[in-house]
Design a protein around this ligand. Structure first.
Ligand code: SF4
Length: 410
């Protein structure tokens, strides 16, 4: 069977897609482009209206280019709007997030690990790192967010299950894993006995092997001293990289978003991370145009971000998600204003990234080669070109170059 997987959205979707691709490959199926595939799996996102639109357009394009393909759609858009997705041309099956365990049998594969229990090596879906999902679902109630509806409540994998997957992917040759979850910081709270993310990180820190863990997005309230102690205490194991979603710098808007912290607490956290991990990349997510956002509040957000030691931003223009509390809020911001505010923050993000890269220029950092081996990603999340002669998935020490140059140190 020839198959293609098209993935939108977050690292959890990427983890789910990687698992499917690993199982299909191990079962003897061949990955091809969507134009020539017998089956195309589209793993959708619904975090914004434009995510929905991207999925719709992609499904229409796949059907136009390859009318004979069986299109199977899963993920958050398929879970939120199954009737709408099923009516799109060429769609033969919908698999909501709650039924993802049926996905592999539907695609004709019995096991998530392939017949011999092995995982195909790095390069699946063009990725060098393995995305290791620790949990899914979320118990928070952020007023703008559709995810608790599409993913359900928080469900953690057991420590044994996570470590077993880690050992399989290390045996397959992976050297970096991205630890992820819909609400990663909630890991262990639903397990018996109760557990906490810090304990999972300790287990990963003490696991034998030559590998690095990149902790993906962590809610500010979950980036505790215990978590920072483990990450900062094991620099050879954990990448100097955190992603701490802020969403807004105005406390009234944070309250309206039902985010359980203030800007003062968030700023103190970023300062603490910077003190403990001086070389770290620290990313953030921000929402512009939340209902009621004034010019003054938008200015306050830009002002905080410009002065912060954050290093890059993901900017999300607000859009109503059906059935969320924010959908019912008054004071919707005009689309043109949202667009302008988003553009301003993307400019701020570029400034922060340039500032970080300039500060890092000339420093030697550990890095892993990706793609064809001509590029490496440092532990602190800088892409650095490397001279020819390297393959994908090799450790190198690189001297961080200015934007136009590159020097490999090892
Ligand atoms: S923490 Fe908030 S934004 Fe993140 S998935 Fe849960 S509800 Fe959504």
């Amino acid at each position: 069977m020839k198959y293609a997987v098209v993935t939108f959205g977050c690292r959890v979707n990427q983890a789910d897609s990687l698992g499917v691709e690993a199982a299909l490959t191990a079962a003897g199926a061949t990955a091809v482009s969507s134009e020539t595939a017998d089956v195309v799996l589209v793993n959708t996102c619904s975090v914004t209206a434009s995510a929905d639109q991207g999925a719709r357009q992609t499904i229409r394009r796949i059907h136009r280019e390859n009318p004979g393909a069986r299109i199977v759609v899963t993920g958050c858009f398929a879970s939120r709007a199954p009737v709408e997705v099923a009516a799109l041309p060429g769609v033969s099956a919908i698999v909501p997030n709650t039924a993802k365990s049926t996905l592999l049998p539907l695609l004709g594969v019995a096991s998530a690990e392939g017949p011999c229990g092995r995982v195909p090596g790095p390069g699946l879906m063009g990725r060098t790192a393995w995305t290791l999902r620790a949990q899914t679902g979320c118990d928070e109630a952020c007023s703008y967010c559709i995810i608790p509806k599409t993913r359900g409540t928080s469900r953690s994998r057991t420590l044994g299950d996570i470590l077993a997957e880690l050992r399989r992917v290390l045996a397959a040759g992976y050297k970096e894993v991205a630890l992820t979850g819909v609400h990663l910081g909630a890991w262990g709270r639903d397990l018996t006995p109760l557990n906490a993310l810090g304990e999972l990180l300790v287990a990963l820190a003490t696991e034998p092997g030559d590998f690095r863990v990149r902790v993906s997005s962590l809610e500010p309230m979950d980036c505790t001293d215990a978590v920072l102690d483990v990450i900062a205490g094991h620099p050879g194991r954990f990448a100097a990289h955190l992603h701490l979603p802020l969403q807004h710098a105005d406390n009234d808007l944070l309250a309206a978003m039902r985010r359980p912290y203030t800007i003062e607490r968030y700023a103190a956290l970023v300062d603490a991370v910077r003190r403990r991990l001086p070389e770290a990349a620290i990313g953030s997510d921000v929402i512009v145009g939340f209902p009621g956002e004034t010019d003054r509040q938008a200015d306050a957000l830009a002002t905080y971000l410009e002065a912060s030691s954050l290093t890059h931003l993901h900017v999300f223009p607000y859009s109503d998600r059906p059935g969320t509390a924010a959908e019912a809020l008054p004071g919707k911001v005009h689309g043109a204003v949202v667009k302008a505010r988003a553009q301003r923050l993307r400019d701020v993000s570029r400034t922060l990234a340039t500032r970080f890269r300039t500060a890092q220029t000339g420093r030697t950092r550990p890095a892993l080669t990706i793609d064809d081996g001509r590029t490496a990603v440092t532990d602190n999340y800088l892409r650095v070109p490397v001279p020819p002669g390297r393959a994908r998935n090799e450790w190198v020490d690189v001297v961080v170059p200015p934007p136009e140059g590159a020097v490999a140190a090892g």
